[in-house]
Design a protein around this ligand. Structure first.
Ligand SMILES: Cc1cc2nc3c(=O)[nH]c(=O)nc-3n(C[C@H](O)[C@H](O)[C@H](O)COP(=O)(O)OP(=O)(O)OC[C@H]3O[C@@H](n4cnc5c(N)ncnc54)[C@H](O)[C@@H]3O)c2cc1C
Length: 295
């Protein structure tokens, strides 16, 4: 049943400074409210805690996409629609655009924000694997300080993160890469659209003469947090892509992920699909495509 609206308070600060002042005075009492696409689901089901909400939707300081030689920087309020329509993101960070295009329907894409997707901290969210594979950093701001932290390590446990209650997520920074990278993004859900992921894999790699020079692999829905699979990356780095190395990488991934049974899928299905999708990524990278294992 829907939450009782008069039990909630919503305040709309005029500036980022005002918002941070509210959070500094009463940390933990006020919760940011961005696009509201996650929070309103909780409200409708009567599960939204009776807290005070800080409407950050109108804060211009948290909007916009800036480009420098080294980075592309996205305000936390950047919507999925804005991500998809940015030409540099489409050219250099296609997996983020694909994640955005496969998130909800048009209404959600117009209102849902990247910052909200990160701070909601769902292990099944779709942009975190892409952000991990692109080695993103996030900026956390409080009244008197700002800090950039690697997104890898931001989530510390199920729905846990290093962000303090007096901090807002302000910006997301993606390092630009001049050398050619391969990008692979695959969301597996019940349907092709409007589905929450059962497994989601994002990966980048640089291959030189059949050998993996650099690789980053991240998965969603297979652990309590969106997971950067560093052991699988280690198993692949500096190896030639051939059936043996692909099998070793799959074995490393099987050890690294910790999926569970839940209403959307089973642990066994998630393991199997994760390994299949990893193999699909690696087969596409191989100069000689005939490296798929017979299993
Ligand atoms: C029908 C539907 C379909 C959906 N489909 C998908 C999907 O396919 N894939 C997917 O990943 N998600 C999906 N979602 C979830 C949701 O749309 C996204 O997680 C969205 O990005 C949340 O952004 P928001 O701005 O609406 O967050 P909000 O609902 O406003 O906030 C979410 C959480 O983040 C916190 N927060 C928000 N912004 C900040 C900030 N700047 N600093 C600190 N904390 C902040 C809030 O306090 C809250 O805890 C779907 C939701 C719906 C209702």
């Amino acid at each position: 049943m829907r939450g009782h609206i008069p039990s909630y308070r919503l305040t709309s600060p005029a500036s980022l400074g005002d918002a941070l002042d509210v959070l500094a005075r009463e940390p933990g009492i006020w919760q940011p409210f961005a696009g509201g696409t996650d929070l309103m689901v909780l409200l409708e089901s009567g599960k939204l805690p009776h807290k005070n909400y800080l409407n950050i939707w109108n804060l211009a300081e948290l909007r916009g996409i800036e480009v420098s030689t080294a980075h592309i920087m996205l305000g936390a309020l950047t919507t999925y629609t804005e991500v998809q329509s940015d030409p540099i993101l489409r050219e250099e960070f296609p997996m983020l655009c694909q994640a955005a295009s496969e998130t909800g329907g048009l209404a959600i894409q117009n209102r849902g924000t990247l910052g909200g997707n990160i701070a909601n901290a769902s292990p099944a969210a779709d942009s975190p694997p892409a952000l991990l594979a692109y080695d993103a950093e996030v900026e956390l701001v409080s009244l008197n300080a700002a800090r950039w932290v690697p997104y890898h390590g931001f989530h510390t446990g199920y729905k846990q993160m290093i962000k303090r209650p007096d901090e807002l997520l302000a910006r997301i920074r993606l390092p630009r890469v001049s050398k050619k990278l391969h990008h692979y993004y695959r969301k597996v859900g019940t349907r092709k659209a409007q589905a929450i992921s059962k497994v989601c894999l994002a990966a980048t790699a640089r291959i030189y003469e059949g050998t993996v020079e650099e690789v980053r692999i991240a998965l969603g829905s297979i652990a309590p947090v969106p997971l950067r699979c560093v052991q699988t990356e280690d198993a692949l780095r500096a190896t030639r892509l051939e059936p043996g190395s692909i099998e070793k990488a799959k074995a490393a991934l099987a050890r690294e992920i910790v999926p569970i049974d839940d209403i959307r899928s089973t642990k066994d299905y998630r393991v199997r699909v994760s390994l299949n999708v990893l193999e699909d990524f690696l087969v596409q990278l191989a100069p000689d495509r005939d490296v798929r294992s017979d299993e």
